[in-house]
Design a protein around this ligand. Structure first.
Ligand code: CU
Length: 425
């Protein structure tokens, strides 16, 4: 009897070991949250701000900031601010062109804002310090294994003494193992409760500018309100590496591709320096929680005299015959070595606006990297091919403006072109 039970107990240990080792990462290895990488046009600087994920709280908080060429060197003041409270830590980081790192501290779970101040403008980037919530099935798995372990120990102790009492822990071991194995097997079929709300109404955008004039930095204020309630919209998601992508097009086809900073809920600010007078059209692309991607149009009028604008980047564009309704391949070669960097997580960007003069179509096309889903490739890696292809279907014939963008040496390169799209025969 004693020997048989001992054998049973040893066999139980083996099963426990097999089940335990054959299943990947039961315990605390699961990542909580993720890095948040967000483009912010703060004053004259085009920044990529990456808030690294924290593991619990209190914990150190690392923030990486990349400043792009053209943005001045200087100091930025960073603060970690818990929702509705005073900042818990601040740091000053000196930036040149390229990456810089700041170290802050978070002391609690929940919603936070990262404040970045250049002395004149302030960006408030929302992020969260999530607490790991253990799903019910996981508790059953762990609980089952813990119970099985305890019964196993009890069984081993009783088995060495002999007697029928050993049957009680042996039965307990089997039951506990069944619970945990069943829960583990069922776990893939147990739905994860979504924290996303249902679809939200569209956003209204109002753009105000204080007498924009050529050669002077113009401060744009973007007010985002819920079209149903009129309240400020504060559930904007980071998509394609920014809260808002704003494309501003000048009368002769100059492009400013900027990323307004969040000053307060529903209140976004951005600066750009026009070089042409006249009507500037713009489209803001954003994504709301449960609301999908939305594109909002606006325009402003610029006063003043024309000034020389920035030179296009060197390179060549190759397109075949373009016909409305047919997918077209557009290839750009940013002349030079294969050392492009991923800007906003993408190897290349193509912005298309047209047909003139109505500009019904605004499109932002991307050339993806091969990064794993959910992660943004490291912008400091300068190893992407200089030639980039995009696929786009022009929905209607006419003359379009297009801008190809990529990054090299922390400079945003832009090659503008004009494309004529034929009608279907
Ligand atoms: Cu953008």
């Amino acid at each position: 009897m004693g020997t048989g039970m001992r054998r049973f107990a040893v066999w139980g240990l083996v099963v426990l070991g097999l089940v335990g080792s054959g299943t990947p990462a039961w315990a605390d290895g699961a990542p909580v949250g993720s890095d948040v990488a967000v483009a912010q046009t703060l004053g004259e600087r085009e920044l990529t701000v990456t808030v690294r994920r924290t593991d619990g709280a209190p914990a150190p908080l690392q923030v990486d900031i990349i400043n792009h060429a053209g943005g001045p060197a200087g100091a930025l003041r960073l603060s970690a601010v818990p929702a509705g409270a005073r900042p818990t830590s601040t740091a000053t980081v000196d930036i040149g062109v390229g990456p810089a790192t700041a170290h802050l501290h978070v002391d609690r779970f929940g919603y936070w804002e990262l404040e970045i101040d250049d002395g004149r403008h302030t960006a408030r980037i929302p992020f969260s310090v999530p607490q790991r919530v253990t799903p019910a099935w996981e508790r059953a798995v762990y609980g089952g294994f813990v119970a099985a372990g305890l019964f196993l120990v009890a069984g081993l102790v009783l088995a060495t003494r002999g007697g029928k009492l050993v049957l009680i822990p042996a039965t307990g071991l089997v039951v506990a193992l069944s619970v945990s194995v069943t829960a583990a097997l069922l776990s893939s079929t147990i739905p994860v409760v979504s924290t996303q709300d249902n679809a939200r109404p569209p956003v209204n955008l109002a753009v105000a500018a204080d007498n924009p004039t050529t050669g002077r930095p113009a401060e744009l204020t973007l007010s985002l309100t819920d079209s149903a309630t009129g309240r400020p919209v504060d559930d904007i998601l980071v998509h394609h590496g920014a809260l808002i992508h704003l494309a501003i097009v000048s009368p002769t086809g100059g492009l400013a591709h900027v990323h307004p900073v969040r000053a307060a809920p529903g209140d976004y600010r951005v600066q750009f320096t026009p070089t042409e007078p006249g009507r500037h059209t713009m489209a803001a692309e954003l994504a709301r929680v449960g609301g999908g991607t939305q594109q909002l149009r606006a325009e402003i009028n610029v006063a003043g005299n024309p000034l020389p604008s920035s030179e296009p980047a060197p390179g060549t564009i190759t397109v075949g015959p373009l016909r409305a309704g047919d997918p077209a391949t557009l290839t750009v070669d940013f002349a030079g070595p294969d050392d492009l960097q991923p800007w906003l997580g993408m190897r290349g960007h193509l912005i298309v606006v047209g047909p003139s003069p109505t500009q019904d179509v605004w499109a932002h096309v991307h050339a993806m990297t091969t990064a794993t889903a959910g992660t943004q490739p490291d912008e400091t890696v300068a190893a992407y091919p200089a030639e980039i292809s995009f696929t786009f279907t022009f929905p209607r014939p006419g003359r379009y403006r297009a801008w190809f963008q990529a990054e090299r040496d922390y400079a945003i390169l832009t090659i503008p072109t004009t494309l004529d799209v034929e009608a279907q025969p």
